[in-house]
Design a protein around this ligand. Sequence first.
Ligand SMILES: Cc1cc2nc3c(=O)[nH]c(=O)nc-3n(C[C@H](O)[C@H](O)[C@H](O)COP(=O)(O)OP(=O)(O)OC[C@H]3O[C@@H](n4cnc5c(N)ncnc54)[C@H](O)[C@@H]3O)c2cc1C
Ligand code: SF4
Length: 876
Amino acid sequence: MTSHTAEPAEPPLDLVLVGHGMVGQRFLEAWTEQPGARRGRVTVLAEEPRPAYDRVHLSSLFEGRTPEDLTLCPPGFLAEHGIDLRLGDPVTAVDRAARTVTTRSGARLRYDALVLATGSAPFVPPVPGRDAAGCHVYRTIEDLDAIRADATKAAVAGGGTGIVVGGGLLGLEAAGALRAMGLTTHVVEFAPRLMAVQVDEGGGELLRRKIEELGVTVHTAAAASGVATGPDGAVRGLLLADGRELAADLVVFSAGVRPRDRLARDCGLAVGPRGGIVVDECCRTEDPAVLAIGECAQAADGRVYGLVAPGYQMAETAARELAGRPGPGFTGADTSTELKLLGVDVASFGDPHGTAEGALDVLYSDGRLGVYRKLVIGSDGALLGGVLVGDTDAYGTLRPLATAGRPLTVPPGQLVLPAGSAAAGPVALPDDAVLCSCHNVTQGAVRAAVREQGGGSVAEVKKCTRAGTGCGSCLKQLTTVVTEELAAAGTEVGTGLCEHFPQSRAELYEIVLVTGITTFSALVDRHGTGEGCDICKPTVASILASLSNGHILDGEQAALQDSNDHFLANLQRNGSYSVVPRVPGGEITPDGLIAIGEVARDFGLYTKITGGQRIDLFGAGVDQLPAIWARLVDAGFESGHAYGKALRTVKSCVGETWCRYGVQDSVGLAIELELRYRGLRSPHKLKSAVSGCARECAEARSKDFGVIATSAGWNLYVGGNGGMTPRHADLLAADLDRGTLIRTIDRYLMFYIRTADRLERTSVWLERLDGGLDHLRAVVLDDALGIAAELDALMARHIDSYQDEWAATLADPDRLRRFASFVNAPGTPDPAVTFVPERGQIRPARPDEDGHALPVPVPAPAPVLVAGPRLEVLAK
Ligand SMILES: Cc1cc2nc3c(=O)[nH]c(=O)nc-3n(C[C@H](O)[C@H](O)[C@H](O)COP(=O)(O)OP(=O)(O)OC[C@H]3O[C@@H](n4cnc5c(N)ncnc54)[C@H](O)[C@@H]3O)c2cc1C
Ligand code: SF4
């Protein structure tokens, strides 16, 4: 097919766009940037009832985002550019001879240029029963609403199994959504492995294992042969070609997509052998007045792209073409993808299956850690492609290397080994490597933007190059390159928290402190830009909580929190929650032990003593949390903040009261410290311990602040850490009396909260602190910065305003409303959370085990007993 780049030279007077999806909206944005675009009239005819939205993040609607959050059409955009958008009125016919389109409502519009951006439709295999009630597809917001309604109905009726037909990218997205709604979830895939297009056998195996560990049952090499229906005509199960029937309340077909090319076929335009409106490099069809872009088009390289980035490139090509400014044209695109599916990181780039002649694989696999990396190396030593499962951190470097297409300058082993291993090391990308494949921006262009266009931060470089504004998978690499380039130019590297705040966390803390701002929206309005993101929202929430101690589930605060804070409990691997009451200093009375034991027994919870000297109760459903806490609060317990970035425990040994070696009352001090600092929100969790003598039975030197008794008083240690990067704490001050000790800890904690970075433990903060331990001593002991009085006052305010979050939650019906597995059916337990007995308690059921869900719904919020121990039910 020939290209029509020569015509028309003038932008069209009447431009009609059919379809207002992701690519349609991108076309409008690109079109409005063209000189002369305002001359003509633009009409958009859309089938869906709402303007374009971010389909890629459709599943986030199940994580609390709203349809408004997903909108792609900025307020005022259409009016500003005089665009006439007609929603819910799809085009039904195109008359190419008359250059008109007709819509479902009967409207007839003339066009000088017509752009088809009608996307794809989900493919539903032609199996009997596929139209039964309870059968769904997964493409639009309305599809999700329908799935949600059926899932809730099934849960209320005591059922709740959903089957997804298709184990590709979209199928796993849908499975994630079903699981998030609490359905027992199955995936049925025809191919022998999941994501067969993107992932090889080894990666597919690991992906399957990880997904099954989350409780989703995977059936590979299994073909759906029909939908079984009940007497009411609704779904009862899915029939497989091998004769099995899987029981189900709903079925979601997600077995690929087909280009929506019907309009083009009907008006005699050519379509590809597997569908897709045939276009040339300029996105024109064989009729020069008709263009096609996005998933409905078969590109000049003969491929139909099912990803958004190639669609965006086509949109920009078409806009330039219509404005008479043809550019390089669309000749094909990189289909690399990086995704998080059901919480599992998966990336695939270049030629993941090594189809090129002479290609060889370099593999690294660690089943223990759940990491798989495969690189495909060509016979000339160039990186051709690869697959990453479990850890995709290297994707930002590997994908551009694969597109560069030249022999590697480092041994491939260096690229697959985990960071930190002896042979692994940093890799330099060539300047022509494409960093952002959504907008085709090379590393060289990013460096030039910093050097020549004065891009002084990642946000500015994003604005002038558009790199990082598509799928976002290149952001990490983009940040590295911008930082390197700024450092090379001797410019100070921006320490902004994220693209919404140019300030660091510490600077934001100062702003909140000085201005007294109490809401995220006020802070972002006055000192930031945009709507916020997953980085700045929880960080600001933590700062606000540190400074105001308001209830974290109140008003706007609730939406900012990390996931554990949402339910004031810790989410566990099978979707249940753990409950940890505070046991200050690890001291507990027999009555307290009995009360916790009774709660655990009555609610059938698994109990375990933690390393922080308290008792963790596992296996609670969201609906049970208020009733469990009502009992615990009644017995005198309060929140242990195990879910928050806050003080966890102050552990202690028995000290001089009982121990022959002890020289001070370590338990008494630990209790005093724990009650003083409980509920103190900080950049990261805080742990502490007090030992009664130098034998250090409480392991105080592995804590953020630890105290060891001496015969003359107390030694204070700071910046210790256990975990992945252990660090012995440093001695800050020796032989302190109790009053000085407590005042010094007050200031140390407040100085840390004020100056640390987001998610920075005290150990890392101390190593980073300018002047290190000596500076810290000068600040907290000698008041070198003149802020000691302020730090003391802040701590006093925290102590005075402390309230137990759980007691306050139980007292407020508004806060309690969120504790429901199903928002539409409060009191309905989550049937996907199942258990089996083990060693006299419960544990989460594995995918191959027939576990039992919570047998009796626990009404919230009254303190009620669940009838009968759960174990008895399980044993039946
Ligand atoms: C759940 C999900 C997850 C995804 N995840 C990713 C991902 O991680 N990465 C990625 O790259 N891609 C992903 N995709 C694919 C991505 O959403 C598509 O590539 C992208 O939406 C294509 O844009 P489009 O404008 O061509 O089609 P669409 O966004 O589908 O828009 C087409 C629009 O045209 C309308 N239309 C159709 N016919 C007519 C007519 N006759 N008249 C008027 N209007 C009409 C349709 O109703 C629709 O609104 C995902 C898709 C889904 C469903
Ligand atoms: S740290 Fe000292 S006081 Fe505490 S239990 Fe051990 S030996 Fe006894």
